[in-house]
Write a protein that binds this ligand. Structure first.
Ligand SMILES: [Mn+2]
Length: 403
C-alpha cells in the first residue's frame, strides 16, 4: 500500500479546518457545514490535488472528500473511496477508510465515500438547509465544477453557498509550514535554472530548454511543475502565455523563461530573460532590460503590509508608460498552492502573503520580450525576496550562463 503522508504537521491542517468553520459562521451569521471534494483519479494524474482539499487535509488519495459539520463532535470527517479491488492491479491499492487512515491524516472521523451524500444532507438539514462549498469565479477549476454538480444534485432542498470569498483571506496568509514548502519549490527552481541557463548558449531550440526544466524540476520526486514552462525566443518572448516552446532560438535575441517547480503542492513562479549568446551585448536589449529591472526593484522596495496591488501597479508601470511603453498585464498575483493563488487583490497586503513581482516590456516587432519575475513574502515591515538566489542583474545572469 502506498502511503503518502500530509506534508505539514497534522496540527496545521486541524487549525486550518477550525479557522474555516469559524470564518463561515462569522460570514453567514450561523454555523454552516463545509464540503470540499478531492480530485478523482484521472484529474489527479492530469494535474494535482485540488488546492482547497490539499490545504485542509494534505490528502493525496483519489475520490476523497472532507465534510466539516459544526453541529457534530468531532466536526471533521474525511471520506475515502477504497475503489474497486479489481482495479488495484492497474492503479495500485487505495487507502481504505479505517483507523490507520484516520490517524495518518489526523481527521476527527473517517468514513466510506459512499456515505458522503447522506451525511451532507444530514449536516445541511441541521444547519437549516444550507451547505458551503468553494466556487472560484476567477480561473474556475475542479472545485468550481464540483460546486456546480453538487448544487444541482442538492437543489432545491439545500442551498449551496460560496465559501470561497470567506476562506480565501485565510489561505492568502501562509503559515510557517506553507512558507517552508514555497521556499523548497523556489530552491528547486533556482537549482534547475542554474543548471539550464548555462546550457542555453549551446542549445538550438526552445523545446530543449523547456525539456531540461522539466527534468530538473521533477527529478527528485516527480513533483509536477507549477505550470507548463513558457520558453519564448525573440518575438515569441512577447507572447505573454506562449504555450508552444517549439521554435529555434534566434541569434542575438533574448529568451524569456517563465517557469516554476512545486514542493508539497506549493508553487514557485520565476521569470528570467537572458540573451541567447550568454552576453547582454545588444544595446537595445540592455536598455529595455534595465527599465524592466528598475520597475522590478521599485516594487520590491515598496512591497509591504498596507500597500495594495493598485499602488504597486502604479509604481511599476507609470515610469514605463511615461517612457512610451505599454502596460500589458498586472504587476503580479498571489502565489501558493495555486500559481494564481486565492486572495483579494483589492485588499491591502498583509504579513504572510506571498506575491509575484513581474514587470515586463514586450516589443513583438523588434523580437524583444523582457519580463523579470520574483516571488515576494510580505513581512512585518516590508518584504523578503524569496527568489534572490537567482540573479537578475546583467553581470549575475551572465555569470550563471558561463556556468
Ligand atoms: Mn507569475
Amino acid at each position: 500500500m502506498r502511503v503518502v503522508r500530509p506534508p505539514h504537521p497534522l496540527s496545521a491542517y486541524r487549525r486550518r479546518r477550525q479557522a474555516a468553520l469559524a470564518a463561515l459562521a462569522q460570514a453567514f451569521g450561523q454555523p454552516v457545514p463545509l464540503l470540499v471534494v478531492g480530485c478523482d483519479e484521472p484529474e489527479l494524474r492530469r494535474d494535482r490535488q485540488d488546492p482547497w482539499f490539499a490545504w485542509l487535509t494534505g490528502c493525496q488519495e483519489p475520490d476523497a472528500a472532507l465534510l466539516l459539520d459544526p453541529a457534530r463532535r468531532p466536526s471533521d470527517t474525511l471520506f475515502l473511496d477504497p475503489g474497486d479491488p479489481a482495479r488495484a492491479i492497474w492503479d495500485g491499492a487505495r487507502l481504505p477508510p479505517n483507523e490507520q487512515a484516520r490517524e495518518l491524516f489526523g481527521a476527527g472521523a473517517i468514513a466510506h465515500r459512499q456515505t458522503l451524500e447522506d451525511r451532507v444532507h444530514l449536516a445541511a438539514r441541521r444547519a437549516g438547509g444550507v451547505l458551503a462549498m468553494c466556487h472560484r469565479s476567477r480561473e474556475p477549476g475542479f472545485q468550481a465544477r464540483a460546486y456546480e454538480a453538487w448544487r444541482q444534485r442538492l437543489a432545491p432542498a439545500i442551498a449551496v453557498l460560496n465559501a470561497e470569498p470567506h476562506l480565501a483571506p485565510l489561505r492568502a496568509v501562509k503559515d510557517a509550514h506553507e512558507l517552508a514548502s514555497i521556499r523548497r519549490a523556489i530552491a528547486r527552481t533556482a537549482a534547475g535554472l542554474r543548471a539550464v541557463l548555462r546550457e542555453v548558449p549551446r542549445l538550438q531550440r526552445e523545446s530543449e530548454i523547456a525539456a531540461l526544466l522539466h527534468f530538473h524540476y521533477r527529478k527528485d520526486d516527480y513533483a509536477p511543475l507549477a505550470f507548463p514552462p513558457i520558453v519564448g525566443s525573440g518575438k515569441q518572448a512577447a507572447i505573454l502565455h506562449y504555450p508552444h516552446n517549439d521554435q529555434p532560438l534566434a541569434d542575438g535575441k533574448p529568451v524569456l523563461i517563465d517557469s516554476g517547480a512545486t514542493a508539497d503542492g506549493y508553487c514557485a513562479d520565476v521569470t528570467r530573460t537572458v540573451p541567447r549568446s550568454g552576453q547582454f551585448s545588444e544595446r537595445r536589449l540592455r536598455e529595455i532590460y534595465e527599465l524592466v529591472l528598475a520597475a522590478n526593484q521599485r516594487v520590491r522596495q515598496q512591497a509591504r503590509p498596507g500597500i495594495t496591488f493598485d499602488e504597486l501597479n502604479d509604481l511599476a508601470w507609470k515610469p514605463l508608460i511615461g517612457a512610451g511603453y505599454e502596460r500589458h498585464h498586472g504587476i503580479g498575483h498571489f502565489l501558493g498552492l495555486d500559481v494564481h493563488d486565492v486572495g483579494d487583490r483589492r485588499q491591502p497586503l498583509a504579513p504572510g502573503m506571498v506575491i509575484t513581482n513581474e514587470p515586463g516590456i514586450y516589443l513583438a516587432d523588434e523580437g524583444i520580450g523582457v519580463r523579470i519575475e520574483d516571488d515576494l513574502l510580505i513581512t512585518r515591515d516590508g518584504c523578503a525576496e524569496l527568489t534572490r538566489e537567482i540573479p537578475k542583474d546583467l553581470a549575475g545572469l551572465e555569470a550563471w550562463m558561463r556556468g
